[in-house]
Every structure is written in structure tokens, then in C-alpha cells.
Write a protein that binds this ligand. Structure first.
Ligand code: GDP
Ligand code: IMO
Ligand code: MG
Length: 430
């Protein structure tokens, strides 16, 4: 019997997970998403074309591989149908190799409205949600009032839908939300709802399954399964910088509940980190830069959100946060992406600890959001050269190899591979 390998982000999302999944897919038979939903934006680049996936697993461009949207994922049928359309335009027919859990919960149009209403009510304390309805849809799941993908096949689906919508509208009214003027992609709630219902027909064309049986069956047959995380460990609902987090367990534990995989069946855990750090949305970010270095990272790294287009906040790599994530996730292999973004820097900084109230620590404090954290940096000599065309890991410049060795030592996990451009071909395995 084989095990499920896991690939997830160790920071605040956008570490380059989509790209690395795409690169690793040839080694696997099945790629499965276990949490999150259309708040994710996973970018893949090959043959000069860029693709951004939100709900569909990043193995989809490999026709012979199976892709699974697990029970822990949230599905917005409208966004799903748009993704399917995009794939069709690229000659990818996902109907044969994409499987969707009947237990995955649906994001209703009124969940998106509630997301906006909640953020509006929070005012300056807003989380900076992607406004895809994630928080309200997971809230309904936990409150045991959510609707699931399998429900769309039931005769009383519309009745259940109307009840949910009614409750959401009541709630938005109590928050004094301006429902009349609310728009989703320039559509009123009613217009969006019409499209949403049309999209259910697309969803029905797919294999709607009990994915926990499907995946365990694959393992029993010795097939190789890769679980693809969304967001990052520092956005985890339990361990992230609460309340500035997403509403799911983004850590390895989420694979068990989000796919129906027993803990004993988890194999290798691949953690993805950028060679620096970014965050989009509100919340603490100890190593954030507000100077020219921060701007240089943003421009060279093209740090603008794949889902919302928002400029990402940028800063130096944060070892205490990475060690925390690796501890929670049980990371066995480290992948360092976007190293090329640091090519122009004379020196590269690494935050090795936090000074809090005059005391040095390498732990994430409970008061992460409120205490003043002074990052303690170590400087490393930059490599100052173009890395494109580097044939192998051992041909990397000495100063970069030293930097990577240092990261391994500080984090305590070996580097498995690095990425030096957005393209599929630019990953160097050690
Ligand atoms: P994900 O959410 O973790 O899949 O990451 P995103 O796709 O949101 O953001 C990563 C961005 O960095 C995308 O635009 C990728 O094309 C790009 N990218 C990935 N790896 C590299 C790399 O090694 N170098 C550069 N310059 N860009 C990269
Ligand atoms: P990928 O998978 C980066 C952030 C939002 C916000 C917070 C809550 O592409 O790495 P939500 O919409 O989930 O209620 O937003 O989480 N966030 C992400 N940041 N990458 C993501 O996904 C994210 N998904 C959510 O910006 O701060
Ligand atoms: Mg992303």
C-alpha cells in the first residue's frame, strides 16, 4: 500500500505551490486538493503560456493523471465552470480525469455577499479576504447548515438553497449591508445567481464521487497520490496569525480530514517557501519591508495577487515562522522558490529570531498581532548574477549555495530543490 505525499506552503501563501505540483505530477498518479477554494490562485507556466488555477488541482495539464477535489475544498460552481472553460480553450478536457467529492461544500452567491458584508462591518479591522465567500461557506459547514456538491443532484436542492439564501440576506441586513448596490464581477446578486445556477449543469458533467473511498482505493492499488495544499501554514485557522487567517486547516493535518486519509498513510511532506517572504491582506508580518528593498522584491518578483491582483506585501525570509510551519507540518523536504528574484541584491538578509520586550526568541508568540517584534537579521553576500540557464544545483554560485546551506541548517530540513523562474523547466533538484 502506498502513502499520500503532501505539498504545501510554509508562509502566507503564493509560495509557488502550483508550479512545483505541476513539475512533480509526472511522478504521481493522482493529485488531490484537500482544503481552501477559489481564494487560491496557483500559477503554472509552460510553453510561454501562464495558467492560473483556483479550484482545480495543478496536475490537470497532465492528461493521463487523475485529479481530485476533496471533501475539504469549497466549490463555487460559477468559478469552477469558468476554469473548465479556460481549460477547454487550451484543449484540455477535464471531464475524464477530474473527480469531485460529493461532500465538498458549495459557495453560494450569498456567501460571497456575506464575505463582503463581514469585511465591511469590520471596517479598519478587516482581514483583507479575497471575497470569494470562504469564511461564510466554512461557517455554514461547521454550523451544519451548508450545502454540498452531492446535494445538487437532490430533488429539493432549490428549496434548501432558498432557505440558505434567505438566512444570509437576513444576516447581511443586520450588518447594515447595502445589498442593492452589491456587485460580483459587475453583476448584481440576482444576475450572479442566474449564472451560478447555469454553472451547476457544468458541475453535473463531472465524476461526483465519494472521494475518501476513491483515494484509499488508489492507495490500496499502490498508486501514488500527491495532496496539494492551498494558502500557507501561517494562514491556518488554528495556528496562523488569527484572526488574520483563512478558514481552513492549511497544515498537513488538513490532509487527513480534507481527503479522508488516516495519519498513518501520510508519506513525505514537501514544504514550499520563497527565498524571501510575502503576504497579501492584513495581519502581522515581522520582516515586512517598507523601503526600496521591499519595492524591488515586489517588482522583480511580480508580487501582485494571482486571485485579486492586489500588490503583495514583501519582506525578508522569516526563520522563526518557517521553523514553526515545519514543526506543525512535519516537513521532510524543503523547496525554495523565486531565488532569481534576489539576483540583483548586494546582500540578502535572513531573520533568525525575534526581539520581543528585550528578549530574544525564535518562537511565534500568542500575542503575534499586538506585540512589537524586532526581527534579528543575519546578512549574507548576494550572488549578483543571472541564474537562467544554470544546468544543475551544484553549478549554482558559491554564495547562493552557502545561503541555501544556511537555510537548511537554520530550519533543520534538507533542501530538495529550488526554482529560478516561473517556468516549469526551471527547477533544479539537489
Ligand atoms: P501559489 O499560490 O503558491 O501556487 O503561488 P502563486 O501562483 O500565487 O504565486 C507564485 C508566483 O510566482 C506566480 O506568478 C509564479 O509564476 C511565480 N513563480 C513561481 N516560481 C518562481 C520562480 O522560481 N521565480 C520567479 N521569478 N517566479 C516564480
Ligand atoms: P494560494 O493558495 C495568499 C489570504 C487573504 C486574506 C486571508 C483570508 O494562492 O497561496 P480568505 O479569502 O481565505 O477569507 O482570506 O487569507 N489568502 C491568501 N493569501 N495566497 C492564497 O492562496 C490565499 N488565500 C487566502 O489575502 O489575508
Ligand atoms: Mg497563489
Amino acid at each position: 500500500m502506498s502513502k499520500v505525499d503532501v505539498l504545501l506552503g510554509l508562509q502566507w501563501g503564493d509560495e509557488g505551490k502550483g508550479k512545483i505540483v505541476d513539475v512533480l505530477t509526472p511522478d504521481y498518479d493522482v493529485i488531490a486538493r484537500f482544503q481552501g477554494g477559489p481564494n487560491a490562485g496557483h500559477t503554472l507556466e509552460f510553453n510561454g503560456i501562464k495558467h492560473v488555477l483556483h479550484i482545480i488541482p495543478s496536475g490537470i495539464f497532465h492528461k493521463e493523471k487523475k485529479n481530485v477535489i476533496g471533501n475539504g475544498v469549497l466549490v463555487d460552481p460559477y468559478i469552477f465552470a469558468k476554469e473548465i472553460e479556460h481549460l477547454k480553450n487550451r484543449d484540455v478536457d477535464a471531464t475524464q480525469n477530474l473527480y469531485i467529492s460529493k461532500k465538498a461544500h458549495l459557495i453560494l452567491p450569498s456567501h460571497r455577499m456575506l464575505d463582503a458584508a463581514n469585511e465591511h462591518a469590520k471596517g479598519s479591522a478587516k482581514i483583507g479576504s479575497t471575497l470569494k465567500g470562504i469564511g461564510p461557506a466554512y461557517t455554514d459547514k461547521i454550523a451544519r447548515s451548508g450545502l454540498r456538491v452531492g446535494d445538487i443532484l437532490e430533488f429539493d436542492f432549490k428549496e434548501k438553497y432558498d432557505l440558505q439564501k434567505f438566512q444570509h440576506i437576513q444576516l447581511a441586513r443586520t450588518l447594515n449591508f447595502d445589498i442593492e448596490n452589491f456587485r460580483i464581477e459587475d453583476m448584481t446578486l440576482d444576475e450572479y445567481e442566474t449564472k451560478w445556477f447555469e454553472s451547476l449543469e457544468t458541475l453535473k458533467e463531472f465524476n461526483l464521487i465519494n472521494s475518501e473511498y476513491f483515494l484509499n482505493d488508489c492507495l490500496n492499488k499502490g498508486m501514488k497520490v500527491l495532496a496539494e495544499g492551498a494558502q500557507g501554514s501561517m494562514l491556518d485557522i488554528d495556528f496562523g496569525s488569527y484572526p488574520f487567517v483563512t478558514s481552513s486547516n492549511t497544515v498537513t493535518a488538513g490532509v487527513c480530514s480534507g481527503l479522508g486519509i488516516a495519519p498513518s498513510k501520510i508519506g513525505r511532506v514537501m514544504g514550499i517557501t520563497k527565498a524571501y517572504c510575502t503576504r497579501v491582506g492584513a495581519g502581522p508580518f515581522p520582516t515586512e519591508l517598507f523601503d526600496n528593498d521591499g519595492e524591488e522584491l515586489r517588482q522583480r518578483g511580480n508580487e501582485f495577487g494571482s486571485t485579486t491582483g492586489r500588490p503583495r506585501r514583501c519582506g525578508w525570509i522569516d526563520i522563526p515562522a518557517l521553523k514553526y510551519a515545519c514543526m506543525l507540518d512535519g516537513v521532510t523536504d524543503l523547496f525554495v522558490t523565486k531565488i532569481d528574484v534576489l539576483n540583483s541584491f548586494n546582500e540578502v538578509k535572513v531573520c533568525r529570531g525575534y526581539m520581543i520586550d528585550g528578549k530574544l526568541t525564535d518562537q511565534i508568540p500568542f500575542e503575534f498581532n499586538s506585540v512589537e517584534i524586532v526581527p534579528q537579521y543575519e546578512k549574507y553576500k548576494g550572488w549578483k548574477c543571472d541564474l537562467s540557464g544554470t544546468p544543475s544545483y551544484d553549478k549554482l554560485p558559491d554564495s547562493l549555495q552557502l545561503y541555501l546551506k544556511e537555510l537548511e541548517n537554520l530550519i533543520g530540513v534538507p533542501v530538495k530543490a529550488i526554482s529560478i523562474s516561473p517556468d516549469r523547466k526551471d527547477v533544479l533538484f539537489k
